[in-house]
Design a binder for this molecule. Structure first.
Ligand SMILES: [Zn+2]
Length: 771
């Protein structure tokens, strides 16, 4: 395959571009030449990979899950450690060099929890998930963590109750117009729309005293599926636990930027910026219903109403009618040990280059889906790779398999490991491949765009267990069914991968160490979820999720193949054409974003002048006009455009050099100096770093991707520029177009260095030969 086809394709009339599926079929006849491989190495690799893909067994994945999810295994629990030790023994049994690496992190557990309605009627929330007789692990009450949000601030508060929808910044703008303030109030928000930690953060910014988050049945209960145990949906008493730590940095709150080893220097608890400013507690909809029903005052707008059979009011109401709530939340602020399982197979030729694979093992309770569905597949891969070694396979690079502890409370295990080993990782890591929960359905792939072409190539070799077509084809057809960008989805060789935000263990690899990273998994079929409740267990998973464990096998096949293919390539199969094209798209997006903001504000101001808001406000339920705003200034996007153009040119030159090196069955790839090119390639992701980090979040160094400051899990691309525009911080936006433009030039230069070295190795001196 000619990777630079992507650049060429834009210049061709659509008719000339080959039909996408014919391409894959053609390759089935002649053995394909893998990117970054000479002919002999490519043939050998494909032989080993085929052997590997025949090895994972669904029943092994099932038994791994049964064992790992048999008891609650949150951070600091006996079974968390027991699981780690069991996995360690398994890795050793399969021939890996394995060890447990410990860290010591701040992990609060609940000491006192109370949510009570104190007026006009009385009600005390149960804050309990009852045993379900059919579900044999739901009765392990002694070991279950109570329902809570980790890293909630301590507090005992009483105030009027206000319903704030999802509790996003947009919801508070709406409240403003309705003339409702949450100052001195306790807010109740439903789960959804933004990451949970954003809800108490924004509530505190608006002067609320406390925050309650509940699971509305419209999101994951009877609104989407029959309730558990009859179906997969969250039952009335099911609660979503979860961390609410601020997104300033991931990992242990007391050791930002350094590993939380035994004698690391620690902040005092009162000095860490990431504990919420106000107490927060999650509840079920059974507990939420009496609270929401007690709220009076304005009726909530249509899109604020959930699936409960009540009239949703916003509150706070007046006088004796106002619903009043008493909320108490206190934690035990303990330091707990983490057990990261780290296992290696040494590389035969390049032991100092690492391909890293990870999934976490800790859960909020039994965690069969999150995370054991992914961890069980990872273990099955490890068993198969061990077996392959016994048959004579020797990976060129070192393979590092990690099973992380402490992901749930805040990506603790992976972050502390990355922070401890950051210098070594920056010298050695060529890829980090993550997975987490796994289910039935479509393959999703997200990550660094230099790996987009690579992971698409792997996905094209994986068979979907339900449909018999490849995982890549099925994902492509699902995107066509989804309906956006159909013609692009049909004609582009690679499926686009989303950028990485927050939400699993890749964050510090990508944003702090600059290791090219991917996150993959299957999902999209089956509705309803027991996410972070006691019912996310083996009974639930084996009845309602990947019940035959064939998608567990498919994940093992996909991830294992990707690891092998990256570990054995002579030339690292990065492809920058996709990166350049994607970045060009981001630049267009931020330009459009500013224009949209300018147009929207101009329109709003015009409507204020015309009296539109006054004319359409119902005097019996008045809503105020929004506030007039100054028009956003024009920004200079030239540095970004220059940077993106340079990146495109460098990517194109690199792909031409790769194509030349692939001539004559890739003879140049087998050359002695090839690893010097790899050493240069390993620096390319970090070229997008700004050592100072993002303007207001110094931990996050990557300038192409970051988690959103107000979306949490959701990614922001070109975050320094995009978030400044969204937050109307014009001077930051102005300086960021310059600093990010510079980073793009750095990216181009890093690619150029690899191109020059690669050209010197090719017999044709880098002249593109026919292929
Ligand atoms: Zn997880």
């Amino acid at each position: 395959m000619n990777p630079s086809r992507l650049l060429a394709i834009a210049l061709l009339p659509t008719l000339i571009s080959p039909p996408p599926f014919a391409l894959a079929q053609q390759k089935a006849d002649a053995p394909k030449l893998l990117d970054g491989y000479s002919r002999a190495a490519s043939d050998a690799e494909q032989g080993w990979e085929e052997k590997f893909r025949a090895m994972p067994v669904p029943d092994n994945v099932r038994e791994n899950m049964r064992r790992l999810s048999a008891r609650p295994h949150n951070v600091g629990s006996p079974y968390d450690r027991d699981n780690a030790e069991w996995m360690l023994s398994k890795f050793k049994e399969w021939g890996w060099d394995a060890e447990i690496e410990n860290f010591y992190v701040l992990f609060p557990t609940p000491k006192e929890r109370l949510v009570e309605l104190v007026g006009p009627t009385k009600f005390t929330a149960s804050l309990k998930e009852p045993v379900v007789p059919e579900d044999p692990t739901s009765n392990q009450t002694a070991e279950q963590l109570p329902t809570y949000n980790a890293y909630s601030g301590d507090g005992d508060v009483t105030g009027p109750l206000v319903y704030v929808n999802y509790g996003t910044r947009e919801d508070y703008e709406e409240l403003d117009r309705l003339g409702i303030s949450v100052k001195g109030a306790i807010v109740i928000a439903r789960y959804g729309a933004a990451w949970r930690g954003i809800k108490p953060k924004v509530a505190a910014e608006h002067g609320a005293l406390g925050c309650i988050i509940y699971s509305d049945p419209a999101q994951d209960g009877y609104g989407v599926a029959e309730s558990f145990p009859k179906g997969a949906g969250r039952p009335k008493d099911g609660v979503q636990r979860g961390g609410v730590n601020d997104t300033a940095f991931p990992g242990d709150p007391l050791t930002p930027g350094v590993g939380a080893t035994k004698d690391a220097k620690r902040l005092e608890i009162k000095d860490t910026p990431i504990i919420t400013k106000i107490p927060v507690i999650p509840i079920s909809y059974a507990d939420a219903t009496p609270l929401l029903s007690a709220i009076t005052g304005k009726v909530a707008p249509a899109n604020w109403r959930g699936g409960l059979p009540i009239t949703y009011h916003i509150g706070p109401g007046t006088g004796a009618d106002a619903a009043k709530v008493h909320l108490k939340m206190f934690s035990n602020w303990d330091i707990k040990p983490l057990y990261d399982v780290i296992a290696k197979i040494p590389g035969s030729t390049e032991p100092d280059e690492w391909v890293i694979r990870g999934n976490h093992h800790d859960a909020w309770v039994n965690g069969a889906e999150d995370p054991i569905s992914g961890a069980s597949a990872e273990l099955e891969e490890a068993r198969a790779l061990g077996e392959l070694r016994k048959q004579g396979w020797k990976p060129r690079r070192t393979i590092v398999y990690c099973v992380w502890d402490g992901e749930e409370p805040g990506l603790l295990g992976s972050t502390e490991w990355v922070e401890t080993h950051v210098e070594e990782l920056q010298k050695k890591a060529v890829m980090y491949l993550n997975s987490d929960s796994n289910g039935r359905g479509y393959l999703y792939m997200e990550g660094s765009h230099g790996l987009e072409h690579f992971i698409n190539g792997v996905a094209a070799d994986i068979k979907d267990p339900e449909k018999g077509i490849t995982a890549q084809q099925r994902a492509r057809l699902a995107e066509i069914a989804g309906g956006t960008e159909r013609s692009e989805v049909r004609s582009r060789t690679d499926l686009r991968i989303d950028a990485l935000g927050d939400g699993s263990d890749y964050v510090s690899f990508l944003d702090f160490a600059g290791v090219p990273s991917l996150d993959i998994g299957f999902g999209g079929e089956g509705r309803g979820s027991e996410y972070h409740s006691i019912y996310d267990d083996y009974y639930w998973y084996s009845h309602f999720a990947d019940t035959k464990f064939v998608y567990g096998r498919a994940l093992a096949q996909t991830a294992g193949s990707a690891v092998m293919r990256m570990a054995d390539a002579e030339l690292l199969p990065y492809n920058f054409a996709n990166t350049a094209e994607t970045v060009q798209g981001y630049v267009d997006e931020v330009k459009k974003l500013l224009k949209t903001e300018q147009d929207d504000i101009a329109e709003k101001n015009k409507e204020i002048d015309e009296g539109v808001f006054d004319a359409t406000s119902d005097p019996e339920s008045p809503i105020a006009a929004p506030k007039r705003e100054d028009a956003p200034p024009f920004l200079n996007f030239a540095p970004l455009e220059n940077g993106a153009t340079a990146l495109t040119a460098s990517a194109k030159a690199y792909q031409a050099a790769v194509q030349a090196a692939e001539a004559n069955n890739g003879a140049a790839l087998d050359a002695a100096g090839i690893d010097e090119v790899n050493q240069l390639l390993m620096k390319t992701e970090r070229a997008y770093f700004n050592p100072a980090g993002l303007p207001e979040r110094s931990y996050f160094k990557h300038q192409l991707y970051a988690p959103g400051a107000y979306t949490g899990y959701g990614v922001k691309t070109l975050p320094a520029v995009r978030e400044a525009i969204e937050q109307r911080k014009w001077s930051i936006a102005d300086s960021s177009t310059v600093s990010v433009g510079k980073v793009l030039i750095n990216g181009a230069a890093a690619i150029d260095a690899a191109t020059a070295r690669l050209k010197a190795l090719s017999p044709s001196g880098g002249v593109v030969a026919g292929k």
